[in-house]
Design a protein around this ligand. Structure first.
Ligand code: SF4
Length: 368
């Protein structure tokens, strides 16, 4: 069964009607369970669950300590191109935006790698806009090979590939894949993605599965919070993650909770997700899938990131730049994807983690 088939079972489900009917008793009962089913997860995402946020946070904390200890993995994104053939109307890299575009040369990639690795980062996320013309598979393979000389773990966030493409990149050294569905609402997805390969909803939905079949070690899913109501979106991202965990038991499944940030263009978020709802979502996911890695990027403020540490997050980006080659550029040569919020250096992020009585980790595994 594909995830599309699973999701289709909820096509006529009325999320608003169900969640407004959730009682305190239902939330308490779901929270007490060792293994939560889909409806328990939804109960924890309901408005009523906000009355129980302290208990949820405490339980999420205990569950995280049990499965992950007190380590927070640090990683950084490296943008190598901002060319994109798609028109995602909320994104600064959209093909319709008149921005400065650039593809890094291999020498420029080396230069950026040297700088980021000197920060102490050992886990890198290779990011591109989505253009198989400007950044073909052969270019991406070479990028991964270069990155692998500087970093222990190389994850990729690029345009969706066939399983064979993922295998080629795995052979070059890629370890994991991050790909966001952005919104699981198929109708809304069509309205937001009006041009380019990304307009194929089903192909994107199956992307993690193709990478899983190519034996990727990390598979990360997520939605872009602000595009749609947060309850149904987090619910579908959560059951998608659970489906992947069942399908690929040797992979580490992860989830991110990016909230829309200001970017080039005029798109305004449909909904604003509050800090409290973000905390609720993180706790609910942790209780629904105990062993899932949860990442929080520099889209969030330093203060909030610090407060999220004990609640269940396991990964944080640090010292990030969302500009192409932004670590080495002395003057601006391209526009970033969005404005970052936490501008702390890697050392400052490490200090903040220690202050919370946790340990920053520069890598979480090594192949012997
Ligand atoms: S979200 Fe990704 S695919 Fe869409 S315009 Fe931005 S870079 Fe391109």
């Amino acid at each position: 069964m594909t995830f599309y088939d699973i999701k289709r079972q909820y096509n006529t489900f009325d999320f608003e009607n169900y969640t407004t009917g959730v009682s305190d008793k239902m939330v308490e009962s779901s929270m007490q369970k060792e293994i939560l089913n889909d409806m328990d997860f939804l109960n924890l995402l309901s408005p009523k669950a906000l009355n129980h946020i302290e208990e949820m946070a405490q339980k999420a904390h205990e569950t995280s300590i049990k499965h992950f200890g007190k380590g927070i993995l640090l990683y950084a994104p490296l943008y190598v191109s901002n060319f994109c053939i798609n028109n995602c109307i909320y994104c600064g890299f959209s093909t319709k935006n008149k921005i400065k575009r650039k593809v890094l040369s291999f020498e420029e990639i080396e230069e950026n790698c040297k700088i980021v690795s000197e920060y102490g980062i050992r886990h890198i996320l290779l990011v591109t806009g989505e253009s198989s013309v400007k950044t073909p598979l052969s270019y991406l393979k070479k990028c991964v090979e270069i990155l692998k000389n500087y970093f222990d773990v190389v994850d990729i966030e690029i345009y969706p590939l066939e399983e064979s493409g993922y295998k080629e990149l795995a052979d070059a050294g890629a370890d994991g894949l991050t790909i966001y569905q952005e919104t699981y609402n198929e109708e809304l997805y069509k309205l937001l993605h009006t041009q380019g390969a990304k307009s194929d909803y089903k192909y994107r939905l199956d992307t993690c599965k193709r990478a899983g079949k190519a034996n990727y070690r990390n598979l990360n899913v997520g939605v872009l919070l602000g595009l749609n109501d947060f309850v149904s979106e987090i619910f579908f991202a959560g059951i998608h993650a659970k489906y992947l965990q069942k399908s690929f038991s040797s992979a580490e499944i992860g989830m991110s909770f990016p909230r829309l940030r200001p970017a080039v263009g005029t798109y305004k978020p449909k909904t604003v997700i509050s800090d409290k709802n973000l905390i609720q979502a993180i706790c609910a996911v942790r209780l629904f899938i105990n062993r899932i890695s949860i990442a929080v990027s520099t889209r969030e403020s330093k203060e909030l990131r610090s407060n999220l540490i004990p609640l269940g997050i396991t990964k944080m980006s640090a010292g990030s730049s969302t500009e192409v080659g932004g670590y080495a550029e002395k003057r601006k040569c391209s526009d970033g994807q969005f404005k970052i919020n936490d501008t702390a250096t890697v050392d400052e992020v490490k200090k903040m983690i220690y202050k919370k009585d946790y340990q920053p980790l520069m890598k979480d595994w090594t192949i012997l």
